[in-house]
Design a protein around this ligand. Structure first.
Ligand SMILES: *Cc1c(COP(=O)(O)O)cnc(C)c1O
Length: 392
C-alpha cells in the first residue's frame, strides 16, 4: 500500500480520503486524475456534458412543492426530483460524465460495480450511448434481490459478472471491479458509482453530481425567495448528498443533514450507520468512517434499501461532520417504509427506499426543524424497483 500524496493535501478532505491502493493502481489513478483535470478545464467537454444533461438525462429536474405533506408536517417541504432523471436516479449525472471522460481518454471499454443495480443501469445506458462495451460486477445476493435491474443492464447491452465472494453484495463487487481494473487499466475505464474510493473519484463524482445543488439553489431562490433552513439527503456512499450540499456549503444559515440507514436500529448492529457505529479506517482506497470490529475486520451491514447497504461513507462527508458543517442522522427500515407510503398517499410520488430515509428523518424531526421551516429533501430516485418490498 502506498499513499502517493504522502499524507499531504491533494486528494484529502482534512484527515480523510487519499489514495490507499496497491502499487498497480497508482499509475491508472494518476492518469485518470490528469485526464479529469484537463477535461474539466476544457470548455468543449463542459459544453458537451451540459448538452447531454439537458437532452439525454432530462435536466434541470424540477423542485416540487409537497403541499399536502407540508400541511401534515407543519413544514414547507420542497422535493428535488432526481427520480425524474433518465434511468430514475441521480446516478446518471455521474455516469454520463465519467463515460464521456472514458471516450475522451480513448479507453476501449468501461467496467463498474453495482449494489442495487441503479449504478449498473446508469453505466450501461451511458456506455451504450457513447459506444463503449460495458461490464458490470454485481454480488449474487444483490442479483437475486434486484433482478429487474439485472434485466435492464442486459437489455442495454452490458455484461453482468456474478460475484460469489464474501457477502456477495456491493462491497465484494467493488473489490472485484478494482481487481479487474488493475489487471486491464490500459484499455479499461472504471466508472465508480459514489463519492468514494481513491482520489480522484470522491472529488470527480462530487463535481458531476453538484449540478443537483446548483439547480436547487437557484430554484428555491426563485420559488420561495430565500434559502432553506435545512437540506436533507440520504447517504450511502454519499454522492447524492454531496451533490446537493456542495452549492450550499458557504451558506452558513442552511443546515445540511445526511441520513444514513439505521436498518433494524443502530443498537441491534443490523444497520449501515457508519457515523453512529463506525470509526475511521481504510476500505477500497480511502480513509473514512467504516463499520469494523475491534480487529479492523469490515462488518456486515443491513438496510432495507440496497443502495445504502455499504460499510463505508464518502471521505468528504467524514470531513463535513468533523468540522460541524454537516450533521448526520439515521432512519430505520420501518421509518423509511412509512415515509415512502406517506409520499405516495399525499403527493402521488413513489420514491426509492434510499431517498425515503431522508424524508423519514424530516418527518420524525419536524418539531426540531421548526414550525413552517423551509426544507429541501433530495429525492434521489424513484421507487419502482422497490415495489416488491413496499407492497409485498
Ligand atoms: C445508489 C443510490 C443511493 C445511494 O448512493 P449515494 O452515493 O449515497 O447517493 C441513494 N439513492 C438512490 C436512489 C440510489 O440509487
Amino acid at each position: 500500500m502506498k499513499n502517493p500524496s504522502g499524507g499531504g493535501r491533494p486528494g484529502f478532505f482534512g484527515p480523510y480520503g487519499g489514495r490507499f491502493v496497491p502499487e498497480t493502481l497508482i499509475e491508472p489513478l494518476r492518469e485518470l486524475e490528469a485526464a479529469y483535470d484537463a477535461a474539466r478545464r476544457d470548455a468543449r467537454f463542459r459544453k458537451e456534458l451540459a448538452r447531454e444533461l439537458a437532452t439525454y438525462v432530462g435536466r434541470p429536474t424540477p423542485l416540487t412543492y409537497a403541499g399536502r405533506l407540508s400541511k401534515e408536517l407543519g413544514l414547507r417541504v420542497w422535493l428535488k426530483r432526481e427520480d425524474l432523471t433518465h434511468t430514475g436516479a441521480h446516478k446518471i449525472n455521474n455516469t454520463v460524465g465519467q463515460v464521456l471522460l472514458a471516450r475522451r481518454m480513448g479507453k476501449k471499454r468501461v467496467i463498474a460495480e453495482t449494489g442495487a443495480g441503479q449504478h449498473g443501469v446508469a453505466t450501461a445506458a451511458a456506455a451504450a450511448r457513447y459506444g463503449l462495451p460495458c461490464r458490470v460486477y454485481m454480488g449474487t445476493e444483490d442479483m437475486a434481490r434486484q433482478a429487474p435491474n439485472v434485466g435492464r443492464m442486459k437489455f442495454l447491452g452490458a455484461e453482468v459478472v456474478a460475484v460469489e465472494s464474501g457477502s456477495r453484495t456491493l462491497k465484494d463487487a467493488t473489490s472485484e471491479a478494482l481487481r479487474a481494473w488493475s489487471a486491464e487499466s490500459r484499455e479499461t475505464f472504471y466508472v465508480l458509482g459514489s463519492a468514494l474510493g481513491p482520489h480522484p473519484y470522491p472529488s470527480m463524482v462530487r463535481d458531476f453530481q453538484s449540478v443537483i445543488g446548483h439547480e436547487a439553489r437557484a430554484q428555491i431562490l426563485k420559488e420561495a425567495g430565500r434559502l432553506p433552513r435545512e437540506i436533507a439527503a440520504c447517504v450511502g456512499g454519499g454522492s447524492n448528498a454531496i451533490g446537493i450540499f456542495t452549492a450550499f456549503v458557504k451558506d452558513k444559515g442552511v443546515r445540511l443533514t445526511g441520513v444514513e440507514a439505521g436498518g433494524k436500529g443502530v443498537r441491534t448492529g443490523l444497520h449501515a450507520a457508519r457515523f453512529a457505529g463506525g470509526r475511521p479506517g481504510v476500505l477500497h482506497g480511502t480513509y473514512t468512517y467504516l463499520l469494523q470490529d475491534a480487529a479492523g475486520q469490515v462488518l456486515p451491514t443491513h438496510s432495507v434499501s440496497a443502495g445504502l447497504d455499504y460499510p463505508a461513507v464518502g471521505p468528504e462527508h467524514a470531513e463535513l461532520r468533523r468540522t460541524g458543517r454537516a450533521r448526520y442522522s439515521s432512519a430505520t427500515d420501518a421509518e423509511a417504509l412509512k415515509a415512502a407510503s406517506a409520499l405516495g398517499r399525499l403527493e402521488g410520488i413513489l420514491p426509492a427506499l434510499e431517498s425515503s430515509h431522508a424524508l423519514a428523518y424530516v418527518m420524525r424531526e419536524r418539531r426540531k426543524i421548526g414550525r413552517n421551516a423551509l426544507v429541501i429533501v433530495n429525492l434521489s430516485g424513484r421507487g419502482d424497483k422497490d415495489l416488491g418490498t413496499l407492497c409485498p
